[in-house]
Design a binder for this molecule. Structure first.
Ligand code: UDP
Length: 322
């Protein structure tokens, strides 16, 4: 199979590229290096089945050629990271909506399957736990920038599903739940690499709010394995799938686990949301996936627990600390 990965120099994209190469596929990535990093793919550039284009996905000429040459597209290019989103809402909305529109249009021209990376953010503030793919979504007001991310990704989902319904373009929606692992950076807000870096440097571990909000952190290898199972499964087409670990943890407990497993002297401090993000910031209290649908179709289950994931991140951060 010839796969094209948009956002392939990013954290998840680079792991997906490795996994596809590992099973014998040909891989081309396209990335504008806005949040992706060349270092993430530097070890792959000499691989005979790996190709890359440093380019934006809205460059139609380049995308036309790349899409015409591939069998399947994994569309991962997007503005991500709550901190980045709150700071740059225009960039977030434009990148996510225009980027996905561009990818789907070219894919439709050549009738190529598209695997769309979406997010658990689309469930918003819903408190019906665990989240099932067909549950209602609960969004905050448009005056709170945070919700523009969930809304833009929901538009991406609508558009991809509409291409399937109306034009029979095969599309699959993958809702990722807090994917973490080596190569993720804390620069755009992601909590696990942040806490691990703070703990390793002996700096205060910054818990936002009261720390009682919870998440299910999913090792990137588990996420990538789910993407590969789904791309190979014809029955996945036109469907939405949650991809996430069942292990729920509060952010305060995460801070303690990181501190203890790394034997760090760091103190744990609490920072109000208004200070961490912006005045009136709204967080999601709990976020837990129901992965029954994915399990029934592919047999997928998470293999990594949180402690293993923390250690994998720590190993990477240690090697890359300045
Ligand atoms: N968070 C935190 N300290 C940090 C960064 C994030 O307490 O330094 C919190 C954040 O407010 C959220 C959770 O950790 O409640 C997960 O944040 P992240 O940005 O990793 O992912 P999200 O689930 O919000 O998309």
């Amino acid at each position: 199979m010839k796969a094209l990965i948009t956002g392939g120099a990013g954290f998840i994209g680079s792991h997906l590229a490795e996994a596809l190469l590992g099973r014998g596929d040909e891989v081309t990535i396209v990335d504008d290096l806005s949040t992706g990093r060349f270092e993430n793919i530097a070890h792959l550039v000499d691989h005979p089945r790996f190709h890359f284009a440093i380019e934006t996905i809205t460059n139609e000429t380049v995308m036309d050629r790349l899409v015409s040459e591939c069998d399947v597209i994994f569309h991962l290019a997007a503005a991500v990271g709550v901190e980045l989103i709150v700071k740059s809402p225009v960039h977030t909305i434009e990148t996510n909506i225009m980027g996905t529109r561009a990818v789907l249009q070219v894919a439709n021209r050549y009738r190529k399957k598209v695997m769309i990376a979406s997010t658990s953010e689309v469930y918003g503030k819903s408190n019906k736990i665990p989240f099932r793919e067909d549950d209602d979504r609960v969004m905050g007001p448009t005056t709170r920038s945070r919700w523009c991310y969930a809304t833009s990704k929901a538009v991406d989902e609508f558009l991809a599903l509409a291409y399937w319904k109306e034009k029979h373009l095969p599309t699959v929606i993958m809702r990722f739940f807090n994917t973490v692992g080596p190569r993720q950076t804390g620069q755009y807000g992601m909590v696990v690499p942040r806490f691990v870096t703070q703990a390793l440097k002996g700096e205060p571990i910054t818990v936002y709010g009261d720390g009682q909000q919870s998440r299910c952190f999913t090792h990137v290898s588990d996420t990538v394995r789910a993407a590969l199972l789904l791309v190979d499964e014809p029955k996945a087409v036109g469907e939405v799938f949650n991809i996430g670990s069942p292990e729920e943890v509060t952010i305060l407990e995460l801070a303690r686990r990181v501190k203890n497993s790394l034997g760090s002297p760091s103190e744990i401090v609490f920072i109000p949301y208004d200070e961490a993000y912006e005045a009136g910031f709204e967080d999601m209290r709990r976020r837990v996936p129901d992965t029954t649908k994915l399990f029934r179709l592919t047999g997928w289950e998470a293999r990594y627990n949180l402690d293993e994931t923390i250690l994998a991140v720590a190993e990477y951060v240690k090697k890359n600390l300045p």
